[in-house]
Each structure stands twice: as structure tokens, then as C-alpha cells.
Design a protein around this ligand. Sequence first.
Ligand code: 5GP
Length: 127
Amino acid sequence: MAFDYDDTNIFARILRGEIPNDTVAENDHALAFRDIAPKTPVHVLVIPKGAYVSFDDFAANASDAEIAGFMRLCAEVCAKEGVGLDGGNAGFRGITNAGPDGVQEVPHFHLHIMGGRPMGPMLNLRD
Ligand code: 5GP
């Protein structure tokens, strides 16, 4: 199997209810909760409930219903947190890290929705 999912990762444990989370929104296919170490005033993680390692795993292998559920929850979070462009808010940045080069810490696909302040340049590479 090309995408090797480790079900001991911290987000799998959150989904199983073994670890608490600060839920922002939820539907049948996805869960959104606040990052434990927020880097911006709004910092919400949106994760699918299915076992997908990364964005490319999810994009390739999730069902249409899972993809729709995930995307709709992202929209709900943007609106709820006051960063979505609907209503004239100032916007946000969506980030997903994948693998070692992407510096992905938790190997369960997640989208960071970050905002509440200007986000600065897209990348600030150290090396
Ligand atoms: P990554 O580097 O994988 O894209 O981001 C992982 C994110 O998960 C980090 O921003 C980190 O602060 C967050 N995180 C790690 N462990 C937990 C946890 O137990 N609960 C929550 N809510 N966030 C976590």
C-alpha cells in the first residue's frame, strides 16, 4: 500500500475520543478543532474522519462524499471564525503539510485554517 497509515497518531486518537479537543465544527465526514499551539489568532485544523495520511492520499483515495464533507466543513469554519471572504472578512491562509519535505508533524491529513491577522509572505525558507 502506497500510503501507510499509522493509527496511533494523535489525530486518530482524537477521533477515537481518547484525547480531548476544542471542537469548532463537525459533520459526518470531518472534524474541525483548534490547534493546541495556535500560531495566529484563528488557527483551526480540519481533518477527515477517514484514515488518510496526507492531502495527496485524501485527494486520490477518499470518496466523493468524504471530499464534499471535508470541503463543506472548511467553508463552515471560515464563516464561523469570521475569516471567510463572504461578508467582507479579511481572509485567511489554508496550509497543508505533507511528508518530511513538507514538515508534516502529524501523519493524518489536516488543513490548517489560519487568520485573524495579516499572514505575511507565503514562504520564509530558512535554508
Ligand atoms: P503539521 O506540522 O503536521 O502540519 O501540524 C500539526 C499541528 O498539530 C501543529 O500545528 C500542532 O500544534 C498540532 N497539534 C499537535 N498535537 C495536537 C493535539 O494533541 N491537539 C491539537 N488540537 N493540536 C495538536
